[in-house]
Design a protein around this ligand. Structure first.
Ligand code: ATP
Length: 307
């Protein structure tokens, strides 16, 4: 039998990214409020003679197709834990911008883990899957659960955050990516010898999410990595300004960038903002997406969907 399993997994935007000073292990302590947004990758796993990765979609020439691909690493980690051979063909349909600060690679890792667990019938519990996710990367556990969550430690210690409404976002996707480690290094460089307070979640931001208050959320958005992303890619200032002039309630760099995120009043404003950004000449493309989005989920096969 050679059935396939497909998992759909969302991108994320950080609505708060408070970054502490560098730790001895090189990571930074974070207060990182993740919000899953409705831009998705799809990862399909099919039994094969050997582990193989293929990918389609924009930017896939920039992702490795060997065992270093995060989706392949996830399959290998799950197989090792259960004494199996990771012999699957992993196909990734990418819609999340590559190296865009929207956790695309992490999303693929979470999706591959869930897909392989389903294909192999390994029956991993949610805590087991989350522990494997945390070994694969700081943003991977959140990609599995979706919704909204506060990440502490290096971002992997998750507490779900309630969300009381729908938020309408527009994402301006840049040409080319930014390396997340390089952005953290630039953040440290810009801060120099300044004393950095321990990162704490902002109560006003968590309240805005809980009550579904778009205006309050717009006023509370923060990203400590934004100065570093702008320092490495000064042209992002023009992208942020284009969105602000076109009526966004708030504009910020998404995570480590270079994708820029804009919060809109409602779905109609998001559509208008998308059009304005597309014609602004300040980004490669612009996409509207609603939040919160569900985490990684197995997509029913056509037969399952109709039965
Ligand atoms: P984050 O927001 O978590 O910091 P990002 O969205 O900025 O991440 P990714 O799209 O995850 O960046 O890509 C980061 C790097 O990871 C890429 O440059 C690529 O070399 C590598 N990578 C490995 N596997 C994948 C994958 N499945 N998809 C995308 N990138 C991958």
């Amino acid at each position: 039998m050679s059935r396939s399993v497909t998992v759909r997994v969302p991108a994320k935007v950080n609505v708060q990214l408070a970054v502490g000073g560098p730790r001895p292990d090189g990571f930074h302590d974070l207060a990182n409020v993740f919000l899953a947004v409705g831009l998705y990758d799809e990862v399909t796993v099919t039994p094969a003679d050997t582990l193989r990765v293929t990918a389609s979609g924009p930017g896939t020439d920039q992702i490795p197709l060997d065992a270093t691909n995060l989706a392949a690493r996830a399959a290998i980690a799950l197989a090792e834990r259960h004494g199996l051979a990771p012999d699957v063909h992993i196909h990734i349909i990418k819609d999340i911008p590559v190296a865009g600060g929207m956790a695309g690679g992490s999303a693929d890792a979470a999706a591959a883990l869930l897909a392989c667990d389903t294909l192999w019938g390994t029956g991993a519990s949610q805590p087991e899957l989350l522990a494997l996710c945390a070994e694969l990367g700081s943003d991977v556990p959140f990609s599995l659960i979706g919704g909204a969550a506060l990440g502490q430690g290096r971002g992997e210690l998750l507490t779900p955050v309630p969300v009381g409404g729908t938020f309408h976002w527009v994402f301006a996707v840049a040409d080319g990516g930014l390396s997340t480690p390089a952005v953290y290094r630039e953040c440290d460089r810009l801060r120099g010898a300044a004393v950095i307070a321990a990162p704490e979640p902002a109560p006003v931001l968590l309240d805005a999410l809980r009550t579904g208050d778009t205006t309050a959320l717009a006023a509370a958005l923060t990203n400590d990595l934004q100065p570093a992303a702008l320092s490495l890619r000064p042209s992002l200032r023009e992208t942020l300004d284009a969105g602000t002039h076109a009526g966004a309630l708030a504009a910020l760099v998404s995570g480590s960038g270079p994708t820029c995120a804009f919060l809109a009043k409602d779905a109609a404003s998001a559509a208008a903002l998308t059009t304005a950004l597309l014609t602004s000449g300040t980004c490669r493309t612009a996409r509207a997406a609603a939040a919160p989005a569900q985490g990684a989920v197995v997509v029913p096969t056509p037969a399952e969907a109709t039965s």
